[in-house]
Design a binder for this molecule. Sequence first.
Ligand SMILES: Cc1cc2nc3c(=O)[nH]c(=O)nc-3n(C[C@H](O)[C@H](O)[C@H](O)COP(=O)(O)OP(=O)(O)OC[C@H]3O[C@@H](n4cnc5c(N)ncnc54)[C@H](O)[C@@H]3O)c2cc1C
Length: 479
Amino acid sequence: MEEKYDVIVAGAGMSGALAASAASKKGAKVLLLDRNDFSEAGKKTNWGWVCGDAVAKSHTDFITEKIGLRFGEPEIDLKVDGVYALSPDLQHKFIFDGEGYTLDRPKFAKKLVEYAKKHGVEYVTKFEVESPIIEDGRIVGIFGRDEQHKQVHIRAGIVIDALGVASTLRRKLPQNNYIGNTVSTDDIESTGRYIMKVELEGEDLKYYDPKNALIHLNQELAPGGYGWVFPKRDGRINIGLGVEKKSLEIRNERTGKKDTLHSLIDDYVKWNPLIKSWNLDPTDNNGKGYWSVTVRRQQDSLVYPGYMGAGDSMAMPNPISAGGIGPAMVAGILAGEVAAEAVAEKNFGLDYLWKYNVRYNELYGNKTAGLEVFRIYLQSLNNDLINYGMAHFITEEEAVEISYGRVPSLSIASTFNKILSGISNINAFKNLIYTVNTMKKLNEHYAKYPKDPKNFDSWKDVVAKEIHAAKERFKPNPI
Ligand SMILES: Cc1cc2nc3c(=O)[nH]c(=O)nc-3n(C[C@H](O)[C@H](O)[C@H](O)COP(=O)(O)OP(=O)(O)OC[C@H]3O[C@@H](n4cnc5c(N)ncnc54)[C@H](O)[C@@H]3O)c2cc1C
């Protein structure tokens, strides 16, 4: 049981490979473990690299600025100008995110792992991580099974958990006040997607846009979530949807239907009038897959003594868009850097690692609790209210503000009485005002994220109270 590594990074996906590179480049001796062979680097599940594969340019630029890693073909599949969210009646379209890319996810993941290896990271594959080693209330390594299924204990100063949404390390942390072992099913989207070669009939930018990623908000097609059509090169698309369990149950009950995630995706493909025929893309056996994604704020703390988490293991995807590649990459770099600093200082305690919390919050995390509240609100609106709201409640600029987690001014509030008709609209509008005010409160509260863990409990209580109040006020109501 000798201490062999400074840092163990568990999981060689988006966050893990970058965490390993960042730590190694700053001088730490790093072991990167994954259950997949290099040929399947970053594969999330037996279903493949299940993802919409869209990432903002600002996030890949961040990686280039931070560690000098540049991206191009073939891992960048297609450049897109932006992401548009469409109302259920398709009459309103808001730009949601700026310039970005759709990725060739297997190639992108390989590139990150290759970079890590080039920068001195020891990469061990076919290794199943099973549990943290816990001594005196701190994480001092991991145990798992190697390629021969032999149980292996490996020790290190720091373990970085980059195992994705189902992380076995996070689930087996001692019960503590910093990181929750589980995530509520209300905060999880069940998602699935196809990558397919399509023959399209006609042109209609509401259903397919070769230059933009499209999101279809529609509580009947995708209760509690949304559908997407993202363009790829060579006549292919990434098409899929996410649903929230309760919303789907309510929708099925009220409509007498028995739809599942699988049937909804097939229906969504059929709903698209441009898709004349299609074939799954067999490349990398990655044409069809299902997986989960969280849509809440990241864990209130991302550190525990001897332990740091990054990416989906810490619930980092954006609560509205479910975009998790960007935050996973940002967090991976920050976690790796702080881990290397901790190694240099030989200090693996909570107090020292805390600066990772502070840095992540400053760069990305400070807006996600507000976005979580907006997501909870959105799930309480039926299609009519979403149509009405996108037509009358907010302007395109305000929608952009919300999507970036900023608080919009709601200019229309001044003409409130003129434009509203019907009690449900008035309630939905009042609820929007409540939501925006809560977003503001939470954004201000996150700006005061505790610099010292001593102040964490009281800070966290305020967050929990606001989120609880929003969940009590807004219940899923898709139909
Ligand atoms: C259907 C769907 C669509 C999405 N669309 C988008 C999108 O368009 N844009 C976007 O930004 N985000 C999207 N996301 C989210 C995004 O895919 C994730 O946020 C991102 O992959 C997180 O990266 P990660 O490194 O944290 O985890 P992962 O990518 O899940 O990587 C985890 C790694 O850990 C390994 N691992 C897991 N458990 C073990 C174990 N016990 N032992 C050893 N190794 C293990 C896995 O093999 C894998 O390599 C989507 C998610 C889903 C499910």
